[in-house]
Design a protein around this ligand. Structure first.
Ligand code: DSN
Length: 420
């Protein structure tokens, strides 16, 4: 940070404040994690200075020999980690990765079948608020009203009725496993492409903690910053037969030059994902989510679908007479970060919501285990049931602070002089 000290103290101060905020809060936002310092080193590297439109050996700029080596390394590591036939590591984000897949094999006006945003899907899966909902005709499936599990009969019926050119599986707030084999059979029945967006769960898949969609899907997209613990970016994996189409769809189809420092950080992320520590963290993330879920259940909160199989817990707050927005604020006030989230068949708007989404990746990476999850469930309950009682919220804040000090963010101890 020496150069920033010299060039821009205002930004440096904000970086330091943000570092302190991250150290002293419990991050339970399911779409976040803490990347290790080596990822930040790669992100801040001289690769930032390179422009390199095209692909290794086929660039539109000179001076790309080292860049080519880097991109090939990242691609090789991605393929090996996920046992994929082809990988494109250039998408700047998860949305861009999805746009790349659509651009590769769909034409404007083609039909897409994906999970409803209101049941846990994602904006970039053809939601009307997204460009993807304007360019493609989208149809959506949901979960069953009684079990809140995906309804494969409904998915098949919708597929037969609308004959989409692509079926999309994957979600932002679905706490259960997805039956990729069932999706594949439905897609085969109507000769549709099958895309899985595994953005939330890619780390769990990399560590073989939950099943992989790669053998089943034509295309798999994901982000590298959630359970993957890496930089903010997107990846596309696909069968070898689609490699050229995908590469052309990313560049020049939907992006210009890749961000090479981001590609460097992705390569580091894939390397770290092969380590025993990464695998252990992913295993503990899932166990922690199950323990947190059970502990909240005991305190009278209803988890959507009755439980969890992955890193996230989605609570239905209606039984407690609470709304998501107020609950989110009450928890932020005591240093526990979550986000309000609609639940299936939610009577509330996306601004208010009846649900609250928790993820355990961010606290697990700090070294927390089952005992801490039970403790945190108690703190959550206290903060949600007594938000106006100053003595209670002060006590919860102190306990949150004590947990943060006992479980420092990995690699960011103050004595190391590093700021996240
Ligand atoms: N997809 C958004 C989420 O799950 O919160 C951002 O990654």
């Amino acid at each position: 940070m020496d150069f920033l000290e010299r060039d821009d103290r205002e930004v440096l101060e904000l970086i330091r404040k943000e570092g302190l905020r991250q150290r002293m809060t419990l991050n339970m936002i399911a779409a976040e994690n803490t990347a290790p310092p080596s990822i930040l080193d790669a992100l801040g590297s001289v690769f930032n200075n390179k422009t390199a439109e095209g692909y290794p050996g086929r660039r539109y700029h000179t001076g790309c020999r080292v860049t080519d080596e880097l991109e090939l390394l990242a691609v090789g590591r991605a393929k090996s980690l996920f046992h994929a036939e082809h990988a494109n590591v250039q998408p700047h984000s998860g949305v861009n990765a999805n746009l790349g897949v659509y651009q590769a094999v769909l034409r404007p006006g083609d039909a897409l079948l994906s999970m409803k945003l209101s049941h846990g899907g994602h904006l970039s899966h053809g939601d009307p608020a997204s460009l993807t909902g304007r360019v493609y005709r989208s149809f959506h499936y949901g979960v069953k009203a009684d079990t809140e599990f995906l309804d494969y009969d409904e998915i098949r019926a919708l597929a037969l009725k609308h004959r989409p050119r692509m079926i999309v599986a994957g979600a932002s707030s679905y706490p259960r496993l997805i039956d990729y084999g069932a999706f594949r059979s439905i897609a085969d029945e109507i000769s549709a492409y099958f895309l899985v967006d595994m953005a939330h769960i890619a780390g769990l898949v990399a560590a073989c903690v939950i099943p992989s969609p790669v053998p089943h899907a034509d295309f798999v997209t994901f982000t590298t910053y959630k359970t993957m613990m890496g930089p903010h970016g997107g990846i596309i994996l696909c069968k070898g037969k689609y490699a050229n189409k995908i590469d052309r769809a990313v560049f020049p189809g939907t992006q210009g030059t890749p961000t090479l420092s981001l590609v460097a950080a992705k390569a580091v992320c894939f390397n770290l994902a092969t380590t025993p520590r990464f695998i252990e963290v992913q295993q503990r993330t899932v166990r922690n989510a199950a323990v947190l879920c059970e502990a909240l259940k005991v305190k009278g909160y209803r988890p959507v679908s009755g439980g969890t199989d992955n890193h996230l817990v989605l609570l239905d707050l209606r039984g407690k007479g609470l709304k998501g927005d107020a609950a989110e604020r009450a928890l932020e006030d005591v240093g526990i970060l979550t986000n309000r989230n609609v639940i299936p068949f939610d009577p509330e708007s996306t601004k208010t919501t009846s649900g609250l989404r928790f993820g355990t990746a961010g606290v697990t990476v700090r070294g927390m285990g089952e005992g801490e999850m039970e403790k945190i469930a108690g703190l959550i309950d206290l903060a949600l049931t007594s938000p106006q009682e100053r003595d209670v919220t002060n006590r919860v804040k102190e306990e949150v602070g004590a947990l943060c000090l006992r479980f420092p963010l990995p690699g960011f101890a103050e004595e190391e002089g590093r700021d996240p």
